[in-house]
Design a protein around this ligand. Structure first.
Ligand code: PEP
Ligand code: MN
Length: 334
């Protein structure tokens, strides 16, 4: 249920009402907008007398919210959420390019790629240190050493870093990471989501290989209900019967998620297609349909990459993509 307060409501009256809801075992999510304050009620509101609440002189209107997701629901928070890390902003009209290799491989590699992607307009550096690989025999990432190398690249370039966590057991290692990524395979690792919900740090949540948009929002809800409201949603392709591309990029998720939720939505065309030459066209399409950012895999030597070389762009290709994305954004804003 959402309770929209009149713009003239005093702090005191607002707090009295919040206390009254809490006394009835309801969680209250407060969203202060430019004109209105919205109280989003979480919990069993069936016994609440909606007529009584509507009749209060400070209440403008009351609406029942039947969607299972509450904290991430746009009805609870009509304004776009903007995530800020260093100089980068994502959401609410702020567009952000995130780029870097699939995996951190060496100091030379990560610093070289970070320097190049920064020059080309990236605002955040990506790089996997803990890699969820289909095969246990494939390169599993440099793990803790990889995180140290990412921090070194951050020091060299000033770019904030985003990297994937695979298990709650390694959470302490991520203390100095700017954004923690939850990969597609962990989207419904609810223990992990709840632990990340206790942090004051942005979480980039990727859509699972076979998950619906509602399930993605419910996973965001796990993080937010535990107290962390800084969630970025990522469409990275879903599994369909198509085999020519690695996944099928569901771009309809971008406007749909924006409609349903106030959280920023970014697109990852690299894992969606798995093919370097398809990354730019799908990145442009993502920018055109309103994504708040793109996550692109870039490698200085894709042929020798230890992971996902076939979908990695060279720094030159990324620069080309970055320029075209800027042009598309301008065109669609016209
Ligand atoms: C990644 O971004 O490194 C990754 C493994 O992506 P996904 O979880 O989308 O497969
Ligand atoms: Mn990858």
């Amino acid at each position: 249920m959402v309770v929209i307060l009149k713009p003239t409501t005093s702090e005191e009256r607002k707090n009295q009402l919040i206390d009254w809801f809490r006394a009835q075992n309801l969680g209250v999510h407060v969203s202060v907008g430019e004109y209105h304050t919205i109280l989003g009620l979480i919990g069993d509101t069936r016994s609440l007398d909606i007529d009584l609440v509507s009749s209060l002189d400070i209440v403008e209107s009351v609406k029942r919210v039947t969607d299972p997701f509450k904290c991430c629901n746009r009805k609870f928070h009509p304004d776009d959420t903007v995530i800020t890390v260093g100089d980068a902003k994502i959401g609410g009209g702020n567009f952000c390019l995130i780029a870097g290799p699939c995996s951190v491989e060496s100091e030379e590699q990560i610093v070289a790629v970070a320097t190049e992607v920064k020059k080309a307009g990236a605002k955040i550096l990506r790089g996997g240190a803990f890699k969820p690989r289909t095969s246990p025999y494939a390169f599993q990432g440099l793990k803790a050493n990889g995180l140290e190398l990412l921090k070194l690249a951050r020091k060299e370039t000033g770019l904030p870093i985003v990297t994937e966590i695979m298990s709650v057991s390694t959470l302490d290692l991520f203390e100095d990471v700017d954004i923690i990524q939850v990969g597609a395979r962990n989207m419904q690792n609810f223990d992990l989501l709840q632990e990340l919900g206790k942090l004051n740090k942005p979480v980039l949540l990727k859509r699972g290989l076979a998950n619906t948009m509602t399930e993605l929002l419910m996973s965001a809800e796990y993080i937010m209900a535990s107290g962390n409201e800084q969630v970025i949603l990522c469409e990275r392709g879903i599994r369909t019967y198509e085999t020519l591309t690695r996944n099928t990029l569901d771009l309809s998720a971008v406007p749909m998620l924006h409609e349903l939720s106030h959280l920023p939505v970014i697109v990852d065309p690299s894992h969606a297609t798995g093919i370097a030459r398809l990354v730019e066209p799908m990145a442009l399409a993502g920018a055109a349909c309103g994504a708040d950012g793109l996550m692109i895999e870039v490698h200085n030597d894709p042929i020798h990459a230890l992971c996902d070389g076939a979908q990695s762009l060279t720094p030159e290709q990324f620069l080309h993509l970055s320029r075209k994305v800027a042009a598309v954004r301008q065109a669609v804003q016209a």
